[in-house]
Write a protein of this length. Structure first.
Length: 391
């Protein structure tokens, strides 16, 4: 059968139909892209808490009579910490947040006998060590409150907001509780009958939790064991023992590895329990700084000699030694930020980058009790005030 020839009107009609169909397809694809971009934007806005960050900055820049220095006379200062772009001060009765210009952003009372603060990003955790209560909050709101059945041994707030709490227990030496960043339910628990859990930390990226526990072997030697668990399958992934070592603390770093500090060794472990690097020492550390950063860390040792001094050992991301620097004076305190480490000795603050290069030497008019690095600025709490140490 011969193919029917199309006249010019049919050809024009089909061309128009194709054009309309192509336009509809382009509009549909455009609408899908717009919806995707909006959804991604909303997700980012919520995940990164953009509204909260903007609110913090507005609160910090609002007019007021506050300013540095801030009077702290007659107050028992226990701890300083950093929450986002703000400085936190913990006392025996109240915790405060200040903007870097000295404006007070938060003042809240607590009734904890032995309060401790752990901060991560814009969130911070305050708990009663030896008590049973804790609070997770931000500047403008409380996110989570809980009273445990047994006494809290330690607690940790990860960079992504996960909460790890070690408590005593009735039938076990201790027990670990892990909550996700929404704090709606426990995502993992672990109890040990033959080990005493000292500290723990969780990481949402690798979906693992690490716990450090103390025990004694047959010869009476103390042993620190680091256990890695999967929070999804609730199974133990690996275990690494440090014989003759007592754990002082540890943290997940931004690479998803654990940096552990013991009384005689520092090490970096992956979730399979492999030692990626270590540093062995004979003196008890006075402080370990910047454990969470990917650029390395520092350990401070106080040298108790006639001429007082402090040794600062700078380590790479796997805790291999880069450089050791000595500074004169009686060691008082230290702190670290993303790119810097500060050590305060007898009226002088020494600031270094992560490679151990000194970037500033600052003199304080009053003796500091605590110091806090916030971005490139150094703040100090003296016996009378909160102030900034400047050149």
């Amino acid at each position: 059968m011969a193919k029917k020839e199309q006249n010019e009107f049919e050809i024009a009609r089909k061309k128009r139909q194709k054009k309309i169909s192509a336009q509809r397809t382009r509009k549909f694809i455009g609408a899908v892209l717009i919806i995707g971009i909006l959804a991604a934007g909303i997700h980012f806005f919520i995940k990164e808490d953009v509204a909260g960050i903007i609110g913090d900055r507005i609160a910090a820049s609002a007019s007021g009579s506050e300013g540095l220095p801030v009077d702290m006379s007659g107050i028992t200062i226990l701890q300083t910490f950093t929450v986002g772009e703000h400085i936190g001060v913990l006392t025996d009765a109240v915790y405060y947040l200040y903007a870097d210009n000295g404006k007070q952003l938060l003042s809240a009372q607590h009734d904890f006998a032995n309060p401790i603060v752990e901060a991560a990003g814009r969130r911070f955790l305050i708990y009663d060590q030896g008590g049973t209560r804790l609070i997770v909050r931000m500047r403008d709101k409380i996110l989570f409150e809980k009273e445990f059945e047994y006494k809290i041994i330690s607690a940790d707030l990860s960079a992504n907001g996960m909460l790890s709490v070690v408590t005593s227990a009735q039938r076990y030496a201790s027990q670990l509780h892990v909550f996700d960043s929404e704090y709606k339910e426990e995502v993992f628990t672990w109890s040990s009958s033959d080990e005493y859990i000292v500290c723990a930390s969780a990481d949402s990226k690798s979906k693992t939790v690490a716990a450090a526990a103390l025990s004694a072997n047959e010869s009476g030697e103390i042993v620190t064991s680091v256990h890695f668990f999967s929070t999804e399958a609730a199974i133990e992934l690996s275990k690494r023992e440090f014989k003759g070592s007592a754990v002082l603390g540890f943290e997940y770093d931004s690479n998803g590895d654990i940096k552990i500090i013991c009384d005689n060794i520092a090490a970096t472990l992956d979730k399979n329990g492999n030692v990626l690097g270590s540093y062995i020492y004979n003196s008890t550390p006075a402080a370990a700084v910047n454990l969470t950063g990917k650029e390395g860390a520092a350990i401070v040792f106080d040298r108790f000699t006639e001429e007082r001094a402090a040794d600062i050992v700078f380590l790479d991301e796997n805790l291999n030694e880069i450089k050791t620097v000595s500074v004169s004076g009686k060691y008082v305190c230290s702190d670290g930020s993303e790119n810097n480490i500060a050590v305060y000795c007898s009226g002088t603050a020494y600031v270094f980058n992560n490679r151990g290069e000194r970037t500033a030497t600052l003199e304080s008019e009053q003796d500091a009790v605590l110091i806090e690095l916030l971005r490139e600025s150094l703040f100090a709490v003296t016996r009378d005030q909160l102030c900034e140490i400047k050149n």
